[in-house]
Design a protein around this ligand. Structure first.
Ligand code: KG4
Ligand code: ZN
Length: 341
């Protein structure tokens, strides 16, 4: 089945063509980062307007690259939540209009299920069951995954998501949006051991996370340095390293706990923060001790993209699922509410 996938949940317009027999044929992405950077974060109305501008040219580009005619497309998958409602509506309207015009089915995809399944596009995909750590700008969740749509939430953030913590921490140190890649880059030249930050909620049982206290701790440290007349690039790098180490360590401790609790030794990491090299190294080291394996997507498919939506939608379409003609999106949408296939 040849599926066109559209992603517009936040600040990236993603389009891809996935074929259940031949795999990923083409994909294209337009990132709005430059548009939002001056505001220090995503401006929803600007995001929606830009998706409108980018969508059709990107679809034409992907069709051209794949050498596919519009008439060959058999179904359309689009992100129908969670995300920014206006941005989601652009993808949903476009998908439903094209599906109606072409007389083919359309299916709404859960954005986090898209992330979760992105490692399936790699050469060595994970096999069910596994534990998934979903770490994006909006979510931090540990999930037991027994199949597509068979999700058991094991723990989640009680406040900021991991990516959000990276972004907010970066902002308060005067770094650009999005902060995750900026902090990761600075951390590379940080001095190990100069600062040590707390590992929140690791000293008590359970699999929930909290990152907002760590953000405040980082701000206080940064302000103390600045007040003492040291706002140097090196200090910024040292604070970035301490912050990243604390997040990575916390995530690793909770992943280990989740694997122990479920008796599994296969871990999938997905979402923007799964592109973080320090996190990958730490989890690989931990899993090596358990004789297990970590799976993740190539960096381009860790952050928002159309390929993951085309893939996830294709699996649901093959199972016979699709939407009616109505244009429906959901800003909030627990992943456990998805039907199993
Ligand atoms: O999955 P994603 O593209 O969008 C959402 O669904 O939220 O994730 C974006 C998040 C941002 O918070 C960004 O700062 C973070 O992922 N991120 C990273 C890295 N690359 C992206 N965080 C840490 N290290 C990275 N290398
Ligand atoms: Zn995302």
């Amino acid at each position: 089945m040849l599926v066109l996938g559209l992603e517009t949940s936040c600040d990236e317009t993603g389009v891809a063509l996935y074929d259940s027999e031949r795999g990923l044929l083409a994909e294209a992405l337009f990132s709005q980062i430059d548009l939002h950077r001056v505001y220090g974060g995503v401006v929803p109305e600007l995001a929606s307007r830009d998706h409108v501008k980018r969508m059709l040219p990107l679809i034409r580009q992907v069709l051209g690259e794949a050498g596919v005619e519009a008439t060959q497309i058999e179904a359309i998958a689009y992100t129908s939540g969670p995300g920014l409602v206006g941005a989601l509506l652009v993808g949903a309207s476009c998908a439903q209009a094209l599906a109606f015009a072409w007389g083919i089915p359309a299916v709404g995809v859960h954005h986090m299920e898209g992330h979760l399944l992105a490692p399936m596009l790699e050469e060595q995909p994970p096999a069910f069951p596994f534990v998934a750590l979903l770490v994006s700008g909006g979510h931090t969740q540990l999930v037991r995954v027994d199949g597509i749509g068979r999700y058991q939430l094991l723990g989640e953030s009680v406040d900021d998501a991991a990516g959000e913590a990276f972004d907010k921490t970066a902002k308060l140190m005067g770094l650009n949006y999005p902060g995750g890649p900026e902090i990761a880059r600075l951390a590379e030249s940080g001095t190990p051991g100069r600062f040590t930050f707390p590992r929140p909620m690791t000293d008590r049982p359970g699999l929930d996370f909290s990152f907002s206290g760590l953000k405040t701790f980082t701000l206080n440290t940064w302000q103390q340095c600045r007040d003492a007349g040291d706002a140097s690039e090196q200090t910024r790098a040292d604070v970035s390293l301490a912050f990243q180490e604390a997040v990575v360590d916390t995530l690793t401790i909770k992943c280990k706990r989740a694997l122990k609790q479920t008796g599994l030794n296969s871990l999938v990491i997905a979402g923007g923060v799964s592109a973080n090299q320090a996190l990958r190294r730490s989890l690989e080291h931990m899993l090596a001790g358990l004789k297990g394996k970590v799976f993740y997507a190539r960096p381009r498919f860790c952050t928002d993209n159309g390929a993951m939506i085309a893939y996830a939608g294709c699996q649901r379409l093959l199972a016979g699922q699709h939407e009616g003609p109505e244009i429906k999106v959901q800003a909030r949408w627990p992943m456990e509410h998805l039907p199993a296939i």
